[in-house]
Design a binder for this molecule. Structure first.
Ligand SMILES: *Cc1c(COP(=O)(O)O)cnc(C)c1O
Length: 462
């Protein structure tokens, strides 16, 4: 029986004579289409052998399955997802969404030639590092600045430039790990700097630093403990104290600020996050921070501070390996321009907009969404409930933002439903709490709504 069926499987050559095949190869390269067909026939063979299939499917079904497989082969693996988690700077979901003007600038840089390394005034070769310089200087008051690929790269570059072969004094409580792949001690080792940790996990004093100073000390470093808080009996040196030490011993000072909150924003517990402008004013020599965390720009590492040190970083050969591409520079500059006006920044930069979105508006949006999905088949219940969003991205670890969202209870069971949402063409990522799937309105974009409703419907029934 099985052998008989196997013999009846149509041959590739026969199938590609069919008219429907012509439609496939109009849409996909012939090699892709043939691969897809072979893949389908192989799995059909397997199914027959395992007696999961007891008759040869009609040709239309073979062709339509081939379409699906060909489509899979040409669809990029990096795809749009809908973020219902309520975590705004979700590192696993790509961190910050960009402002419209930044997207426009990136598109422009992609489709046209630009003056990336061309000096339009002189008509000669220019420097890509000049592009974001004016706006960064204007916003922060820094003497000079340098943009690299990401903040981990910035930390590596600063340490290698200022402390290769020298000791870097840092508090034990600040030897942070971020997302598992970035640990200050490891980056320090790679930079050639020698770690000199002082103090204890919860308390470090001025005298701990002073006792650590030797002729080999190259740098005093402070790192923002972005993704955790130590509460209770704690003490780390303030920026002012680090600066005073630097002055006393004539040793440069460096602050890895992590998230890159440009100026203090009130509310949302943001007072706990150091602001770049304020920290620089305290007299620290160099600060570095991320582009795609609180700043809401593309992935980048921004180094600002005293001209002599930035100059030294620029002439380090590592800078060539860490240089940002034109898309980063285009998106970053456009985002930074929005910071010239705080209300622009709050309204136009999605990360800022989501942080400050009013919860009553989120509640209204949640009710509107509920009305559109409550009748869907396969849904046991759906309700608007209060929930709390997080900033994420290792920023404001201790802060939760009151929000509203939907709690969906599917008939099929929560685990199966969640998995189906994840396997949609536009996957929907939410949070499971008991038997319900939670979708936080704060991170759902208005433009997501149509696909969100269609996706929920498909996952419930399809
Ligand atoms: C996030 C972070 C980094 C790494 O920055 P990336 O831009 O992700 O490379 C380094 N230091 C601190 C304190 C951070 O919070």
């Amino acid at each position: 029986m099985t052998k008989n069926l196997l013999r009846q499987i149509p041959k590739v050559d026969e199938i590609i004579k069919n008219r429907a095949w012509q439609d496939i190869i109009k849409r996909y390269p012939e090699t892709v289409a043939k691969d897809a067909l072979r893949q389908y026939l192989d799995s059909l063979r397997e199914d027959i052998k395992k007696e999961r299939v007891l008759s040869i499917p009609p040709l239309e079904e073979i062709i339509s399955s081939t379409y699906r497989l060909a489509e899979e082969q040409v669809s990029p693996g990096l795809k749009r997802v809908i973020n219902g988690t309520g975590i705004i700077i979700h590192t696993n979901l790509g961190r910050s969404l960009l402002a419209d003007c930044a997207i426009e600038a990136i598109k422009n840089a992609a489709s046209s030639y630009t003056n990336l390394e061309y000096d339009l005034e002189k008509g000669t070769r220019g420097d890509r590092h000049n592009h974001c310089l004016q706006i960064i200087k204007r916003l922060t008051g820094a003497e000079d600045a340098l943009v690299v690929n990401n903040n981990a790269g910035a930390v590596l570059l600063v340490l290698n430039t200022l402390a290769n072969g020298k000791e870097v004094v840092i508090s034990r409580g600040e030897l942070i790990e971020i997302g598992g792949s970035f640990r200050i001690p490891d980056v320090m080792k790679k930079s050639g700097a020698i770690l000199k940790e002082v103090g204890t996990t919860n308390r470090t004093h001025l005298r701990d630093y002073e006792e650590a100073v030797t002729l080999s000390t190259g740098l005093f470093m402070k790192a923002h403990t972005s993704n955790y808080v130590i509460k209770g009996f704690t003490r780390q040196l303030t920026t002012e104290e680090i600066v005073s030490l630097g002055n006393k011993y004539s040793i440069p000072t460096y602050f890895d600020a992590g998230s890159g909150l440009l100026y203090p924003i009130m509310g949302r517990g943001a007072h706990e996050e150091p602001s770049i402008i304020q920290e620089l004013k305290k007299g620290i020599d160099i600060i570095s921070f991320s582009g795609d965390k609180l700043l809401g720009a593309p992935q980048a590492g921004i180094i600002i501070g005293k001209a002599a040190y930035i100059e030294a970083c620029k002439s380090n050969p590592l800078t060539r390996a860490l240089r940002p591409d034109k898309f980063t520079l285009a998106g970053l500059e456009s985002t930074l321009i929005l910071y010239l006006d705080e209300s622009w920044a709050r309204q136009k930069i999605p990360t800022m907009r989501m942080i400050f979105e009013d919860k009553d508006r989120l509640r209204r949006r949640a009710w509107a969404l509920l009305r559109k999905i409550k009748h869907l088949k396969g849904l046991s219940s759906v309700a608007v409930i209060p929930m709390s969003s997080e900033v994420g991205g290792g920023s404001l670890p201790d802060v939760s933002i009151p929000s509203f969202g939907l709690a969906l209870e599917p008939e099929m069971g929560i685990e199966r439903f969640e998995k189906r949402l994840r396997s949609l063409k536009i996957p929907i990522i939410g949070r499971i709490e008991k038997d319900r799937l939670l979708l936080d309105m704060r991170t759902l974009q208005r433009e997501d709504e149509k696909d969100l409703i269609a996706g929920i419907k498909e996952a419930l029934t399809g």
